[in-house]
Write a protein that binds this ligand. Structure first.
Ligand code: UD1
Length: 339
């Protein structure tokens, strides 16, 4: 029996693949390298000392998906694949809605045909409404979302929920990630965004290695401790391990359930810059600029449901996240591009 990872060559997919292989699971990865590079597959093999099946395919292709299920004995799917750049989704909403939803429709059809009834879905804290009280519990109000990317996550949660309730999936787990950062401690895999990074950590990392001149801090007049935005950063290895717990849970239960995957602790932008400086020993110059439209002051999780039900808890703190992110960035200053 194998687990299919859609988008398994991406940042979170690749770390999850490593953890699954380490746990002795058989893995099938499907990815079209739209936001990842083929070399990541060799890096996963190098870390784990194990091999896995790989398909280079666009998951909107129904025949390609059918072939994957026909050629492998897949009993569960972890569905990471999807477009995820917030700004791009605002500029190209049709592309985002059409792409992300078509992938999920085709995947669910292929699972039904193959009799595969277990899905773990890569969701996001972005599904919560903007006025929710902190910390966010899973019962906090959902939506309105602030961009088409976030809306596609909420829509996919709804679609998967309806399919499970109709008996078309036996079990579905929706993992709502907070802010995944860090990298594998080997420094061999990590986050490699296309172009100038949108998210804070890859931006800071590129400033620390001299690729970018300074961090732009988006606003210092939020109602927070130091005026900068507060988020719940989670080490990508902790996040990857939550997927294994979610698979175990889905194997035990027949239900659909959402879980927050965060540490429960909020850190400000300035906290993160300081932690990164301490972890790397590098200078991280910054300048305060205007707020970024759509940003909220604070967003952090109540992760207690995952602790009780999934038996999962984050192990790594902010300094370890920064250490591992810096190791990845300094060992791979050009990301996965040939050095
Ligand atoms: C963003 C997305 C969210 C997505 C998540 C994935 C937006 C509005 N939201 O969350 O939908 O699920 O990434 O990880 O883009 N910051 C700076 N300077 C920077 C970059 C960020 O000061 O160059 C600040 C932001 O204002 C925020 C914090 O750092 O306070 C974190 O930002 P970011 O890493 O982009 O994540 P989110 O906005 O929380």
């Amino acid at each position: 029996m194998a687990v299919l990872l859609t988008g398994g060559a991406g940042f979170i997919g690749s770390h999850t693949c490593v953890e699954l292989l380490a746990a002795g699971r058989d893995v099938v990865v499907a990815d079209n390298f739209s936001n990842s590079k083929p070399v990541v597959l060799d890096r996963i093999r190098k870390i784990s000392g194990r091999d896995f099946v790989f398909y280079e395919t666009d998951l909107r292709d129904a025949d390609g998906l059918r072939r994957i299920f026909a050629e492998n004995d897949i009993d569960a799917v972890i569905h990471f694949a999807g477009l995820k750049a917030v700004g791009e989704s605002v500029a190209k909403p049709l592309y985002y809605y059409s792409h992300n939803l078509t992938v999920t429709f085709e995947l669910c059809k292929a699972m039904r045909e193959a009799g595969c009834g277990v899905m773990v879905f890569s969701s996001s804290a972005t599904v919560y409404g903007q006025n929710g009280k902190m910390p966010l519990g899973e019962d906090s109000p959902l939506g309105p979302t602030t961009n088409p990317y976030g809306e596609t996550k909420l829509m996919q949660e709804r679609i998967i929920t309806d399919l499970q309730r109709a008996g078309e999936l036996r079990s579905a787990v929706l993992l709502r990630y907070f802010n995944p950062i860090g990298a594998h401690p080997s420094g061999l895999i990590g986050e490699d965004p296309n172009g100038i990074p949108n998210n804070l950590l890859p931006y800071i990392s590129q400033v620390a290695v001299g690729k970018l001149p300074y961090v732009k801090v988006y606003g210092n007049d939020y109602p927070t401790r130091d005026g900068t935005g507060v988020r719940d950063y989670i080490h990508v290895v902790d996040l990857a391990r939550a997927h294994l717990k979610a698979l175990d849970y889905a194997a035990r239960k027949s239900c659909v359930r959402a879980f927050n995957i965060g540490t429960g602790t909020g850190y400000s932008v300035l906290d993160v810059i300081k932690a990164f400086r301490d972890a790397s020993g590098k200078k991280v110059p910054y300048r305060t600029v205007h707020r970024r439209p759509g940003d909220v002051a604070e967003c952090y999780a109540d992760p207690s449901l995952a602790a009780h039900e999934l038996r999962w808890k984050a192990e790594y703190g902010l300094s370890r996240m920064c250490e591992d992110a810096y190791r990845w960035q300094s060992m791979n200053p050009r990301g996965y591009e040939e050095q």
